[in-house]
Design a binder for this molecule. Structure first.
Ligand SMILES: NC(=O)c1ccc[n+]([C@@H]2O[C@H](COP(=O)([O-])OP(=O)(O)OC[C@H]3O[C@@H](n4cnc5c(N)ncnc54)[C@H](O)[C@@H]3O)[C@@H](O)[C@H]2O)c1
Length: 353
């Protein structure tokens, strides 16, 4: 997918650039002719494979700094002269945050403040893009639900359009708190220090280069399990609903955010598949069976802490600001993810489409 990013002087730094979203963004930027610096400690399983892939495809045009987001001196050297920073490096799992809240806090909140402090002191301040989460809105227990087929639907028609940014923040779980805190710090740095930044509060993103597991990246995890003919564990009834967004649509959103930065800086936007791209966990497993003849066997366990029963993003604020809306349906996106998994399994190169 060829996208244009406004041409500014200096390389683009992508923290967490060897992760799932980072790798897709690096490809998008490199294809658009930018110089890219990946800043990643490679702690996520699969990130080394992504980094190797990027190096093989783009050689010296991509520079890799293997370091931690909390390491101020390495971060400062990477950021000097940068035109844009996409901050993705994070402890990404709610489950891990419940076992190790201090580490989650240190990486997600302290790590982000470390980054903001460095940017604030740079003579030439890069644009900042921060990826927050729908978890900042809490468990949404006030949205009463009923069952319809194998999914939940809201009883109150007020919520059929999804959750908008006017919803009160209600951080839940250490991950929700650390990401939500960082989200607020980024926005405040625009107010207090005049930084140019945008926050995306994202729901469930999926696609190529995602090494999903049971703790994070459930769509890819289900697809991987289905291909391996292995079972998946569903925590709760499986009627939970998510608005899933294919990663290529997210790349278009980043590109439009960069293009419109002057009018949207200092704002947070809910970004997800929206009302037209919702699936329940059970519907997604059925879809996997239909596309790939490999519906995974399901095992059920007790619902997990902080798990929203129904989350759908109302993306109209970002649509009104930039004209963006998702183009890839869950069925098409899932097909593309399965194709990437197949090519990877066969040791063949995946070509950007
Ligand atoms: N994927 C989603 O559905 C989703 C949804 C909402 C928000 N987000 C946010 O988007 C961002 C990217 O998510 P992703 O799905 O690509 O995750 P990912 O785990 O694939 O990528 C994160 C990357 O950060 C790196 N990293 C972790 N800790 C680090 C540290 N201390 N220092 C430097 N690098 C470190 C990891 O090695 C990994 O490569 C994260 O901030 C995540 O919270 C993702």
């Amino acid at each position: 997918m060829k996208l244009q990013f406004e041409n500014r002087d200096g390389p683009v730094v992508v923290t967490g650039g060897a992760g799932f979203i980072g790798t897709n963004l690096c490809i998008t930027l490199l294809e658009a002719g930018h110089e890219v610096i990946i800043y990643d400690n490679l702690s996520r399983a699969g990130s080394e494979k992504n980094m190797q892939y990027l190096k093989n495809c783009y050689g010296r045009r991509v520079r890799v700094v293997v370091a931690d987001i909390r390491d101020s001196s390495s971060l400062l050297s990477a950021l000097e002269g940068a035109s844009m920073v996409f901050h993705f490096a994070a402890q990404v799992a709610v489950t891990t945050s419940l076992h190790a809240p201090l580490e989650d806090f240190a990486v997600n909140l302290s790590g982000t403040i470390n980054l903001l402090e460095i940017i604030r002191r740079l003579p030439k301040k890069p644009l900042l893009f921060y990826t927050s989460t729908n978890k900042v809105y809490g468990q949404l227990c006030d949205i009463t639900l009923k069952k319809s087929g194998v999914r939940y639907v809201p009883r109150d028609p007020l919520y059929t359009g999804g959750v908008s940014e006017s919803r009160n923040l209600d951080f839940h779980t250490p991950y929700g708190c650390s990401k939500g805190g960082a989200d607020q710090y980024v926005l405040d740095c625009c107010r207090s220090f005049g930084l140019e930044a945008v926050v995306f509060r994202m729901s469930c993103i999926y696609g190529q280069h995602q090494f999903g597991n049971e703790d994070q990246g459930w769509v890819a995890h289900f697809a991987i399990q289905a291909m391996k003919k292995a079972p998946v564990t569903i925590y709760g009834s499986g009627y939970q609903v998510r608005d899933i967004l294919f990663v290529d649509d997210l790349m278009r959103a980043f590109s439009l955010a960069a293009e419109n930065i002057r009018s949207i800086s200092g704002c947070a936007f809910n970004i997800g598949g929206g009302i037209d791209n919702t699936v329940s966990l059970l519907e997604l497993t059925q879809m996997l069976g239909e596309i790939n003849n490999s519906e995974p066997e399901i095992r059920f366990e007790k619902e997990r802490c902080g798990d929203q029963k129904y989350y759908v993003s109302d993306t109209s604020r970002f649509f009104n600001a930039t004209g963006w809306s998702p183009l890839v349906s869950p069925r098409e996106g899932l097909g593309r993810l399965l194709r990437w998994l197949e090519l990877r399994r066969a040791g063949k190169k995946y070509t950007v489409v």
